[in-house]
Design a protein around this ligand. Structure first.
Ligand code: NI
Length: 206
């Protein structure tokens, strides 16, 4: 790996972005088709939000080299589709043995994690809490608050993202929904299909 120049980026918590970022991507409700259980509520949310950005990522990516690191900021607006809180698409790292760190800057979020074998964990994230996403866990963030969820993150530059693993299983095993008392709860996703033992082993062998 060559010697690289040090960098500095400023986390703009108000705007929910990284100043000095080299990349930005945004997702609108139209980009999130198929993720929510309630199809009618999804269509209503689509009509209401139109091309409003639901979440965005700004990051500083020096390279994709093994041993290098990507740092960035993610911002998600609050809201629900039916009783299901807004969420990110979610992924496992294409190099599945790579970890990640998320640090809460503003808002109230859940990191929903699922092992290849289908174990579920929920980690609550608020300002100044740091979430460790271990290698091999599928991860997705959910905004369960009433304000924007802003988090800083860092992960190895050669991690990559595999989004298909979630789609192929019919979603993640749990959905994060309104508990009717102003909070959240995890409920079973009726459409979930467990991965075969062969598939789990092939992921764990990476
Ligand atoms: Ni990740």
């Amino acid at each position: 790996m060559p010697i690289r120049e040090p960098g500095i980026c400023v986390v703009d918590v108000e705007k929910g972005e990284l100043r000095g970022a080299s990349n930005r991507y945004t997702k609108t409700m139209a980009d999130l088709a198929g993720l929510y259980e309630d199809e009618a509520a999804y269509k209503a949310a689509l009509a209401k939000l139109d091309d409003k950005v639901v979440y965005e990522v700004t990051d500083f990516k020096p390279s994709a080299d093994a041993g290098d690191m990507i740092i960035g900021v993610t911002r998600m607006i609050p809201g629900k589709v039916g009783n299901e809180y807004f969420l990110t698409r979610g992924h496992i790292h294409a190099n599945a043995n790579r970890p990640e760190m998320y640090y809460g800057e503003a808002g109230h979020g859940i990191m929903l994690l699922e092992s290849p074998a289908g174990e579920i964990r929920t980690v609550e994230i608020g300002p100044r809490s740091m979430c460790y996403v271990p290698p091999y866990w599928i991860h997705r963030s959910v905004n369960v608050g009433t304000t924007e969820l802003v988090m800083t993150f860092a992960y190895p530059a050669d991690s990559g993202q595999d989004y298909d693993i979630i789609a192929k299983a019919g979603g993640m095993r749990s959905r994060i929904v309104d508990d009717g008392k102003g909070g959240w709860k995890a409920v079973d996703n009726a459409g979930y299909r467990f991965r075969s033992r062969e598939l789990v082993e092939s992921i764990m062998a990476k």
